[in-house]
Design a protein around this ligand. Structure first.
Ligand code: ATP
Ligand code: MG
Length: 394
């Protein structure tokens, strides 16, 4: 029938954006094009509020669907067949489509649902459905109509130039196309939470830059390797990004030497935030992103978050703040970061972990402790010895 695979891609919320709609659609089409660059013989174009992907027949359909599904802003994807917009051609295409469904998927019952995007088409939608249903019954005699629980819902979308026939609507992640909502500096650890938080902000269209803190030689080269691999898994969705790698050890040692032990964690966190903010300012990021989650650990109580926040002036996005751990873990599994996150490597936060961290820190006391340190010099030295790596999609 068709010499190529055709996929109809529906834009989710993008469709609601009024005047900006063409911009969002263009960004989404561009993102899909990028995700499909690894294949030869692909065409991506916008048409009447949809995005069409055409791919050489030699390519694997599932591979293409999987790639398109990684683009934020995709509501659903339908592999489709195309025919001329006249009743005879549509009938023939529908019969052929259903014969294949019969063979490949053991479909026995069906229902036709028709839609007429072209209101000048001489046959109305219910009539199209009835006639095409009749054609299918005649062409595939074992099939029966079941309007309530059909094995196959056959959608017929009659458009001005062509008609599209499809069955599945494979859901995408939704969200908004990458690059439509600024850029954020993500504090990326090797844990479960921060990759998910990063993914969630990217899903709303935000470009990502990241910073990772280590305490080499207390933390190993392999621990750093793990974080880079984890970052690559996130880059599958948010595209290639830069990750700054900063050794926090000199700061941690100073804190341990000069400040009360129970304040170590919160003090270290405040330094992380301030270093991240400096990097954000340099790289055009408007906000910070963390995987913090209310009440999860001592440094994430309401009081601790207030004290952490007070260390920076930039807004801090915490997309996981109100989620339960099990739901964060489920999302990590769905996006494919969970297995890597749970690999057991040491983390810089566990170096010098106080036995009894303060759970209700008071800002004045924390500021008093910080006053014993030359914070500016420590931060500058950490930045000066920082490295940067480019993270490529896994
Ligand atoms: P995660 O699973 O993301 O590591 P967590 O539940 O272990 O989070 P913390 O270790 O308290 O919580 O860290 C809270 C947040 O601080 C993390 O989600 C991350 O955004 C940031 N963070 C923690 N450790 C690091 C690190 N080594 N490098 C960069 N950011 C970090
Ligand atoms: Mg952690």
């Amino acid at each position: 029938m068709n010499e190529e695979h055709i996929f109809i891609v529906r834009c989710g919320e993008v469709a609601l954006k009024g005047m900006n709609k063409p911009y969002f659609e263009r960004m989404l089409a561009e993102r899909i094009r990028k995700l499909l660059k690894r294949f030869d013989g692909i065409g991506v174009y916008r048409h009447e509020g949809l995005i069409f992907v055409r791919a050489d027949k030699s390519l694997n359909k599932q591979d293409i669907i999987r790639q398109i599904g990684k683009a934020f802003g995709v509501a659903s994807i339908s592999p489709a067949v195309e025919c001329e917009s006249n009743m005879d051609a549509i009938g023939r295409a529908a019969v052929k489509y259903m014969l294949e469904a019969l063979d490949e998927r053991g479909v026995r019952t069906f229902k036709v649902e028709a839609k007429r995007a072209d209101k000048n088409f001489p046959v109305r939608s219910p009539e199209i459905a009835r006639k095409i249903g009749a054609a299918v019954l005649k062409g595939c005699r074992v099939l029966k109509v079941d309007v309530h629980h059909p094995d196959c819902r056959l959608f017929v979308d009659v458009r001005h130039d062509k008609t599209y026939i499809y069955q599945d609507k494979i859901p995408g992640f939704g969200g908004l196309p990458l690059g439509t909502n600024g850029k954020g500096m993500s504090l990326l650890s090797g844990g479960i939470d921060s990759p998910v938080a990063t993914w969630m902000m990217a899903k709303r269209g935000m470009l990502i830059e990241a910073v990772h803190f280590h305490s080499y030689p207390y933390t190993s080269e392999r621990a750093r390797g793990k974080v880079e691999e984890l970052a690559s898994l996130v880059a599958v969705y948010c595209g290639r990004f830069q990750m700054h790698v900063i050794n926090l050890l000199p700061i941690q040692e100073q804190i341990v030497r000069s400040c009360p032990e129970d304040e170590t964690t919160i003090l270290v966190r405040r330094f992380m935030m301030r270093i991240a903010q400096k990097l954000a300012e340099r790289t055009g990021c408007g906000m910070l992103i963390t995987g913090e989650n209310l009440g999860q650990v001592a440094s994430q109580t309401a009081e601790a978050l207030v004290v952490t926040d007070a260390s920076v002036t930039m807004p801090v996005m915490r997309p996981l703040i109100g989620m339960d751990k099990v739901d964060i873990m489920d999302l990590a599994k769905e996006i494919g970061t969970y297995e890597k996150s749970i690999e057991p490597y040491e983390d810089c936060c566990t170096v010098f972990l106080p036995k009894h961290p303060v759970t209700k820190p008071k800002l004045e006391r924390i500021l008093a402790s910080e006053a014993k340190l030359d914070s500016e010099a420590l931060i500058q030295a950490a930045l000066d010895s920082g490295e940067m790596v480019t993270i490529y999609p896994a």
